[in-house]
Every structure is written in structure tokens, then in C-alpha cells.
Design a protein around this ligand. Structure first.
Ligand SMILES: [Zn+2]
Length: 305
């Protein structure tokens, strides 16, 4: 059914992409040049301080790796005519927000301060391995947010960074939300009623985020949505978007998972026009715009910088 929308209205802000990791592994293949053709106007470029995916090993010096990666992101942005957004009002066309997927190199609040001054604006507390800040969803003993983690989150929010709870354990999630307001999101996640693993959030956790004016980016892979078809995934997510119209956003995690986890027709950035069109059959124009663009833009305008 047509609701009078055109794909030319398609604008996407993607809350989590591992494009930098893709470049590190395979070289710069120029794909960023084509992003506007896929509707991608803005995205969080994640710095992933590990090698490989699931059989990953830590980089030797995660802090230095993060600092170098920030420099590399500026270089990539310059090369393709994009810009790094440092304040919320700079989030818009062809803008990159620099994110870190796990505070592994942080040993002191001033480490975070230095990365912030370099341009880091989104701090993911943890990836799949526990760190000094908090327990990960993979933790064998969920100790939640540590005192140091508390200090880091406070520092991050005080500096106008946003804090990302993707990959956090349940206890970490609730520890953070019980003490902090504002600027808190889950950048790339699925839902437990679709795939019941702790990596994904419950609808109750989504409600918690919504009550704090945060946002949740849904990721498009089997790990997050279950072994489903694109049609089924889109239908399920659309119903969540209708229930949480101001909270739901996109955090694809593209380039961050292997082929075996791809949902057919929704596994890569080139699929975005197809994904957008599929959602347009379930969401009206306003919801479509909120989900793919506006909620995330509004969030960064409110909390970043
Ligand atoms: Zn991730």
C-alpha cells in the first residue's frame, strides 16, 4: 500500500556501525561515498577496541588504539566530505558521531576527558568482556556498575557525552539508570521476546529507557531478532515502534557481525532502501521519519555537546 511517501524522503541516522572495523580489516573500499544513495545521512562510527569478532583478542593498548582511531575517523570524514559532529546541533547531513564500544582503555576519568577533547561523544561502557567500569552481558558474575564506572558515567554525562548501555549486563543497566538521568541509550540491541539472550533487552527495559527520554537502536541480525525473515522482523519491530514512538531508532550493527547472522535482504548498508520500504508498509510517514531519523537527531540535540 502506498501512503504517498517517496524514497527521496528517506533519511537515516544509524546509531551503531562498525565501518571503521571493516576498513581496518579490509581496507577503505570507498563505500562511505555511496552512503547518501542508501539514505544514510548520519551514523555513529564505533571504535571497536578488539580484533576479530567473537574469537576476538584485545588490542595491546586500548587507549592508544582509541586515540588513533579518532584520528583515523577525522581522516576518513575529510576524505569523503563528511564532518564529525561535536555538538548536538551539528548532527545532520553527512555527519559522523564518534563512539567507543567499551571503556577498556580507561583507567582514570582524565583518560575519558582526553578522548572527549579529541572528539569522542558516545561512550559504550562495555563490550562482551567485563572491564573496570562494569559487567558485560557475558559476565559470569554480574557485579553491575563499579565505583569507577559510576565516576566515568558521571564524567561522561557532565561533559555532554552520551552513554551507551549496549552489551551491558542487566545489573549494569539498572545500576546506571537508577542513578543517572539523561543522555543514556542502548545503541544496538534486539528484544528478548524475539531472541531470548541477555544481549537483548526486555520491553520493560525499553520502557525504563523511554522514561528517561533515552533512545534504543534496533539492530538487524539474527542475534538480535531471531532466525526470521525480513518481513517478520519488520512487522515485529514496527509494532514496538508504534508502542514507543519517541524512543525507537535504528542501530544496525552493520559490519559488526558475520554472514551467518545476517537476516536475508537486511544484512548490509546497501539494503537500507529495501528495509526502509518494508517499514513503510507498516508505519505511517511520521513514524517512519521518527524511527529512522528524528528520534535519534532529537536525542543528540538534547544531550550531546
Ligand atoms: Zn556491539
Amino acid at each position: 500500500m502506498s501512503r504517498g511517501f517517496t524514497l527521496s524522503a528517506m533519511r537515516i541516522l544509524d546509531l551503531h556501525q562498525d565501518l571503521l572495523h571493516h576498513f581496518y580489516r579490509h581496507g577503505d573500499d570507498g563505500i562511505l561515498h555511496r552512503y547518501p544513495d542508501y539514505g544514510l545521512e548520519s551514523f555513529v562510527m564505533a571504535i571497536f577496541p578488539f580484533r576479530g569478532y567473537y574469537e576476538s583478542s584485545a588490542v595491546e593498548d586500548p587507549f592508544r588504539f582509541a586515540a588513533r582511531s579518532v584520528e583515523n575517523i577525522y581522516h576518513i570524514a575529510d576524505k569523503y566530505g563528511w564532518r564529525v559532529a561535536l555538538r548536538g546541533d551539528e548532527v545532520g547531513e553527512r555527519s559522523i558521531i564518534i563512539g567507543l564500544e567499551g571503556g577498556y582503555g580507561l583507567e582514570d576519568a582524565s583518560d575519558l576527558g582526553a578522548l572527549h577533547r579529541l572528539g569522542l561523544r558516545l561512550l559504550g561502557l562495555v563490550w562482551n568482556r567485563d572491564n573496570l567500569l562494569c559487567a558485560s552481558w557475558k559476565s559470569s558474575r554480574d557485579y553491575g556498575l563499579t565505583d569507577f564506572g559510576y565516576e566515568i558515567v558521571k564524567e561522561a554525562l557532565g561533559r555532554g557525552m552520551v552513554v551507551d548501555l549496549a552489551h551491558a549486563s542487566d545489573r549494569t543497566f539498572f545500576d546506571v539508570l537508577s542513578v543517572f538521568e539523561g543522555g543514556v541509550m542502548v545503541s544496538h540491541t534486539g528484544f528478548r521476546h524475539m531472541n531470548d539472550i541477555e544481549r537483548n533487552i526486555t520491553l520493560g527495559m525499553l520502557e525504563e529507557i523511554a522514561s528517561k527520554d533515552g533512545i534504543v537502536g534496533v539492530a538487524f541480525a539474527k542475534l538480535f531478532l531471531g532466525d526470521v525473515s525480513m518481513e517478520r522482523a519488520v512487522r515485529e519491530i514496527s509494532s514496538i515502534v508504534r508502542d514507543f514512538p519517541d524512543t525507537m531508532a535504528v542501530g544496525s550493527d552493520f559490519f559488526g557481525f558475520g554472514k551467518s547472522l545476517e537476516i536475508p535482504s537486511m544484512g548490509s548498508v546497501v539494503d537500507f532502501p529495501r528495509i526502509y520500504r518494508a517499514f513503510s508498509r507498516h508505519l505511517d510517514e511520521e513514524l517512519l521519519e521518527r524511527f529512522f531519523w528524528r528520534n535519534a537527531v532529537d536525542f543528540f540535540r538534547r544531550f550531546m555537546g
